[in-house]
Design a binder for this molecule. Structure first.
Ligand code: GLU
Length: 575
């Protein structure tokens, strides 16, 4: 711990940044005692879930790198120091704002299902769905990782520094070691499955089988070697060489729960570049990532419904706006669960779902003084809604702005903490395929998000970028949190745009989420006081720990303001 804080003290240049070590709690529910001013910068900034990752990103910006360059360095370090959340064994969605053209582009590095996988991947022999953890742990849940292919594609278009240079910070840290943080320690300690397979057991536990303690200097020479190879040979070394062979062998030979991935699946993997999904919101334009994530569409639907109400004149986190947000979320989640999936495989009616007329009609269903209860999708198609399934508790979001005015908002994930628990060459393999619906159909109707060969599972990740009325960059924000991501992120867009909060104050707001069921309020926060008034309006209310990991940058009056979530270990660093 002492080493961790000392290292941190050296990295902090912004007086405004508090010491993350002091507030780092695993699955912490409350950041209320940690209120602090936003980090402020003039030219460039990185906000990421671990100080060493933010530091790597800033190092690259200082060396003249672009926001994409910094994203690559940040992500490679996150895969080392926050292996429970994201890495090259997982997937990611990245939005990029181009300072020159004022356009936003989406880079899709989502995992894909093996070509040998079909609708029954997560069904038992008798046709019933498998238990969630039975499916997660082992090879079955592993999709072809997309993070590296996505980063390389973005670098080909927008990189300024050489690819190999961006690997240096992560390689050095992997060789020299980094201190196990309180959060990493706690997640190892509470994990029931991380000892299932040898490589993860050997890496994350002492010889006596104890979880690595806080402050332990953890080295990862295997990861360093892997990165050296990819730095030299490019992402194809991951998708076509010995690394792919090792992943495929590990997945196919996973004891008790082998998977279907093949070398062919790796060779055919492609990161996709898609138009961002953008919609006006009051006098701004909000852009999200299109399918296969539901994050962008659902968040834009919520905002499009709320635009019909005068939120700017409401009290931040008052019962009135929280009720409206919960109701709009119910309506959007009803559509999400029916229609959202990989649009390269199923026809997702985005135009209709995001049209003004449709969203006005949906807004008309909301009563100010009573809840509409469980919402139904707004129209019919021959589809069944996806049943609720446990979601991820991991994932990581970073936001970056470079000196040329380009911005990145990216969310990356291995799905559950430590993904499938399989580890190869120093990195964790995802369990992202469990984001598919385990049941392919209900009552004879197909579920849009059923497993299909080569398809990408529906996500909730919601990297968001907002442009102001002039088209200039205004806000980059996103979060981990499974399907709660959508609520966490949308609330912060509202908080900055409608209530005028700065990025730090916005991320520190209590979390409030509705996914077309109970309204969930963050335990230990002022949101608990809303329980009574919401119940009086007919909401079923739950009070729970809600560990977001919101990271945001906003531009205001020409300066950059960073927001790092006190519920995790992140930090904002800028110049
Ligand atoms: N697998 C989830 C998704 O793609 C993210 C998991 C999480 O946030 O922890 O939506």
């Amino acid at each position: 711990m002492r080493i961790f804080l000392t290292a941190l003290a050296l990295t902090l240049t912004l007086a405004a940044c508090a010491q993350p070590g002091s507030r780092a709690q695993p699955e912490a529910a409350s950041g209320r005692s940690d209120a602090r001013p936003p980090a402020v910068a003039e030219r460039q900034m990185v906000v990421a879930a671990h100080p060493l990752a933010a530091q790597a990103g800033r190092e690259i910006l200082r060396a003249g790198g672009s926001a994409i360059d910094a994203a690559i360095a940040t992500q490679l370090v996150l895969g080392l120091v926050e292996p429970q959340s994201s890495g090259i064994g997982g997937g990611a969605f990245l939005l990029r704002y181009d300072g020159a053209s004022e356009s936003v582009t989406a880079f899709d590095g989502r995992e894909t299902a093996p070509m040998a996988a079909g609708e029954t991947l997560f069904l038992n022999a008798d046709g019933t769905p498998m238990g969630f953890w039975e499916a997660v742990v082992g090879g079955r849940s592993v999709g072809v990782p997309g993070t590296l292919a996505m980063l390389e594609k973005a670098h080909e278009r927008h990189g300024k520094l050489p690819w190999a240079r961006l690997f240096q910070p992560a390689i050095e840290l992997a060789r020299n070691g980094f201190d196990v943080t309180p959060r990493l320690h706690a997640l190892i300690a509470r994990d029931r499955f991380l000892k299932t397979y040898g490589p993860a057991r050997d890496y994350f536990y002492t010889d006596a089988g104890e979880p690595l303690p806080v402050g332990h200097l953890l080295k990862n020479p295997d990861y360093a070697r892997t990165l050296e190879t990819i730095a030299r040979e490019g992402a194809q070394a991951f998708y076509r060489g010995a690394i792919a062979r090792d992943i495929v062998a590990t997945v196919r030979e996973a004891k008790g729960n082998p998977g279907l991935l093949s070398l062919r699946d790796f060779a055919r993997y492609e990161a996709k570049v898609r138009p961002a999904l953008c919609r006006p919101y009051r006098d701004t334009t909000v852009c999200g990532h299109p399918p296969p994530t539901s994050g962008g569409a659902t968040s834009l639907q919520i905002l499009g419904i709320l635009e019909n109400f005068d939120l700017p004149s409401t009290q931040p986190m008052g019962v009135e706006p929280v009720h409206l947000l919960a109701e709009a979320s119910r309506l959007a989640f009803a559509d999400r669960n029916r229609f959202l999936a990989d649009s390269d495989f199923v026809d997702v009616p985005l135009e209709r779902l995001l049209s003004d007329a449709y969203l006005q009609r949906r807004a008309g269903l909301i009563e100010r003084d009573s809840s509409l209860g469980t919402a139904e999708p707004g129209f019919q198609r021959d589809l069944a809604s996806m049943p609720d399934q446990p979601g991820g508790r991991s994932t990581s979001h970073y936001a970056i702005v470079d000196a040329d005015g380009n911005a990145v908002s990216a969310t990356a994930s291995v799905e559950q903490a430590f993904g499938s628990r399989l580890m190869v060459r120093g990195f964790v393999l995802n369990n992202q395929l469990t984001d598919f619906s385990f049941v392919p159909e209900r009552d004879g109707r197909p579920v849009a998000n059923r497993v299909q060969p080569g398809k990408r599972p529906r996500s909730s990740m919601a990297p968001t970028i907002v442009k102001d009325a002039a088209g200039d960059f205004r806000l980059a924000v996103g979060s981990p949190g499974g399907s709660r991501i959508i609520g966490y992120t949308t609330l912060r867009v509202l908080a900055v745009l409608d209530w005028g909060l700065d990025a730090q104050a916005a991320v520190e707001l209590p979390n409030v989420v509705n996914r077309n069921g109970p309204t969930t309020l963050e335990a230990g926060t002022s949101a608990e006081a809303l329980a009574g008034p919401l119940r009086a309006r007919g909401h079923t209310v739950e009070i729970e720990a809600m560990t977001s990991g919101l990271h945001a940058i906003e531009r205001r009056d020409g300066r950059l303001y960073g927001g790092a979530d006190p519920r995790r270990e992140g930090i904002a660093l800028g110049d």
